[in-house]
Design a binder for this molecule. Structure first.
Ligand code: NAI
Length: 654
């Protein structure tokens, strides 16, 4: 591991302790082999003037919810050092008492909750304390001869602490073990199955010592580099993936995304003959359990059976360890080994799923190196359970806002680069849905380009392209729950005696015939979706056709009939409904020329034409999208085969 310290940057901080603390914390945070997503913590002891101008010794310690890679000064909670040191000397302190006392001892009540390791940082007699979960160090300890391995790498230069639960118990234990020792003879402290601390009176030394100690562990592991790479990733069976994700969601009781990792290391790991045995021995460090659960599901048989067996084992694990007071968490796995194909991560948002993918990337590597070192051996089940059901860790997750029902859902929207389709894709995405937007417009990938919102280019009349867009939804997000069939064209108005064959054919091809392939390829995946639904964007023209619009109205009428048949065929599994918009002028169909032409045909002004409905108001594409969301939601759970107008009211329809 290379040092990222840049003395020219450090010089600009003019010796300001908190600024230096921020600087070196971020350097640690940039190294994913040291800390991942909120893992690790750092502190600095400083003397500050309180409100009355008196000097006070404080510990600035990483606040809960902050990530070392992005931490800023407000991310450090200033806590009175003396209070923390007195807490360390207590015989007993519950987690909630610890949180209360730490908060009460903060100089700034608006600062975040101090890290649960604050008391431990306070008793280390150096200004700068750095703590990481360095993969290399923890991997050495996660083996049958972990303590010996650490001894071989570091000799007597580090303190070795057996595993105990992080928080007050760990601080108290370290306080007891270090009474009367000469700290200056140690470069750092290794916590079995947990991580490493380094310390110094200046930021640079504490940081460089971390890099030095971790590099020694990495060098020792380099002799055992046994990580398996696959040269090629096999084409995954998308239907099986959708089934896995459906069953995980069912066990969770809410829609989950599934992210397939098919990078060479992931496939290589999944190909190992003993993968089922080694993958299920436990995580690198216990704090990963909060996100990943202790072990993955191995999908080496029927997905439903594999996920159900995982859930049953999880319930038994809970029963083995609960004290009778705890409430069981959901029994759904958070990651899977899919033998031959790679690994999978499950969570309700793109962000949380990606965090699990990152953690698993490190876990796969550590497990294989641990095996080569004599056998991967994670912390015991009881300790992992205590971490998973730790009141404080649970509280961290509990702070998340109640999720929207669209969180974890997956949608395909056709014609998503413009107008109503774009509004549908964006609105569904804002609600939490992962969306693939399909459009013939070559710019669609740039137009829809956010985490969880992907543009795929193609023509709805090209069956292979439609199949590819559906596969993209499974490949990116793990399944398909919502299809919004919106792509459409509004051909040039022509009376029947002038109607060109190519205009007629094109309208039918795009507005109607393309729906066959879409349905044919989407239905098998929707059958393995969560509360699956199809929404067709037809038109007010179906119920109130206009002269000169035969090619359009006939196609949309055919589409409506198709939707009614789909509702009959697909019940009770899949709901199918139709929207009939009109007067949606903020879209590509309604160019100024089209509007002017229409107004002229009716002999009225453009403004009058725009307000020709009963409510005298145009409809926005956003309003159509909101109705689409409502019809995709539980509000419409008991409705299928319906046709809902959104047209400002039409006397011809009423
Ligand atoms: P728009 O022109 O803004 O959006 C249509 C989108 O579909 C465009 O991004 C276009 O590139 C895409 N598209 C066209 N042909 C395609 C193909 N062959 N393959 C893939 N993508 C294709 O128009 P707007 O108004 O948003 O239309 C969306 C749907 O709403 C259409 O089905 C239209 O018939 C329907 N509609 C619109 C009304 C309105 O007042 N704007 C009223 C009634 C229905």
């Amino acid at each position: 591991m290379k040092s990222r310290w840049d003395e020219s940057v450090a010089q600009t901080l003019n010796g300001d302790l908190l600024k230096l603390r921020v600087y070196s914390s971020r350097l640690l945070g940039q190294e994913s082999d040291l800390v991942l997503h909120g893992g690790g913590n750092t502190s600095v002891k400083a003397t500050v003037k309180n409100f009355f101008g008196d000097d006070e010794a404080v510990l600035y310690v990483k606040g809960s919810g902050w990530d070392l890679s992005t931490i800023a000064a407000p991310g450090f909670a200033p806590v009175r050092l003396e209070v923390l040191q007195r807490l360390a000397a207590l015989e007993q302190l519950t987690d909630s008492e610890m949180v209360t006392q730490q908060r009460a001892a903060m100089l700034d009540p608006n600062a975040p909750n101090p890290s649960v390791e604050a008391i431990l940082h306070a008793i280390i007699p150096y200004a700068f304390v750095d703590h990481t979960h360095a993969d290399a160090v923890v991997t050495l300890t996660n083996t049958p001869t972990g303590a010996e391995q650490i001894g071989q790498v570091y000799g007597d230069s580090v303190l070795l602490i057996p595993y105990v639960m992080p928080g007050f118990i760990l601080a108290r234990k370290i306080r007891a073990l270090t009474q009367g020792i000469d700290w200056s003879q140690y470069k750092g402290m290794v916590l079995m199955n947990h991580g490493i601390f380094t310390f110094a009176d200046d930021a640079h030394t504490a940081y460089e010592t971390m890099i030095e100690l971790v590099s020694l562990a990495e060098a020792s592991l380099a002799q055992h580099n046994a990580v398996s790479f696959a040269t090629a990733a096999p084409q995954a069976d998308w239907l099986t993936l959708a089934k896995i994700r459906q069953q995980v969601s069912r066990v969770k009781g809410a829609p989950m995304l599934a992210q397939l990792d098919q990078r060479p290391e992931a496939v290589g790991f999944s190909n190992l003959p003993n993968v089922a045995a080694i993958a299920t021995r436990g995580p690198i460090t216990p704090d990963h359990v909060i996100r990943t659960k202790a072990i993955p599901v191995v999908v080496d048989r029927d997905p439903e059976a594999a996920v159900n067996a995982f859930a049953e084992n999880y319930r038994q694990y809970f029963e083995r360890h609960t004290d009778g007071q705890l409430t069981q968490l959901d029994a759904a796995p958070r990651w899977a080994v899919w033998p031959g194909y790679g690994t999978l991560s499950f969570d309700r948002s793109i962000k949380a799923t990606a965090i699990i993918t990152d953690i698993i990337e490190h876990t796969r590597r550590a497990i294989q190196i641990g095996e080569a070192l004599g056998g991967w051996q994670a912390l015991g089940e009881k300790d992992l359970f205590e971490m998973e059901y730790w009141e404080l860790e649970q509280a961290k997750l509990g702070k998340a806002k109640a999720a929207s029902e669209f969180q974890g859902k997956i949608a395909l929207v056709t014609g998503a680069a413009s107008g109503i389709g774009k509004a549908c894709a964006e609105t569904l995405h804002q609600q939490g849905t992962a969306v693939v937007g399909f459009d013939v417009n070559p710019d669609v990938a740039e137009i829809l380009n956010k985490p969880g919102l992907v543009g795929v280019q193609g023509d709805v009349t090209d069956e292979a392209a439609v199949k590819g867009a559906i596969a993209a939804a499974i490949q990116h997000f793990g399944g398909l729950d919502i299809v919004v069939s919106n792509a459409g064209i509004f051909p040039l108005g022509q009376t029947l005696e002038n109607l060109d064959a190519d205009i007629w054919e094109k309208s039918l091809a795009i507005n109607l015939t393309s729906q066959r392939a879409l349905l044919r390829h989407a239905i098998p995946f929707l059958r393995h979706g969560i509360d699956p639904t199809i929404l067709f964007i037809a038109s007010r023209n179906v119920l109130a056709p206009g002269p000169g619009a035969a090619a359009y109205s006939v196609a949309k009428a055919g589409l409506t009939q198709l939707a009614r048949i789909a509702a009959l065929e697909l019940a009770p599994e899949i709901r199918v409904n139709v929207l009939h918009p009109d007067c949606v002028y903020d879209t590509g169909i309604w160019t100024p020329a089209v509007l002017a032409g229409r107004a002229e045909r009716y002999g009225i002004s453009v403004d009058d034409y725009k307000s020709r409905n009963l409510l005298k108001q145009p409809v926005s594409s956003r309003e159509v999208a909101q109705l689409v969301c409502t019809m995709a939601s539980r509000v419409f759970a008991k409705t299928t085969g319906a046709q809902v107008p959104i047209d400002g009211g039409s006397d011809r329809v009423i």
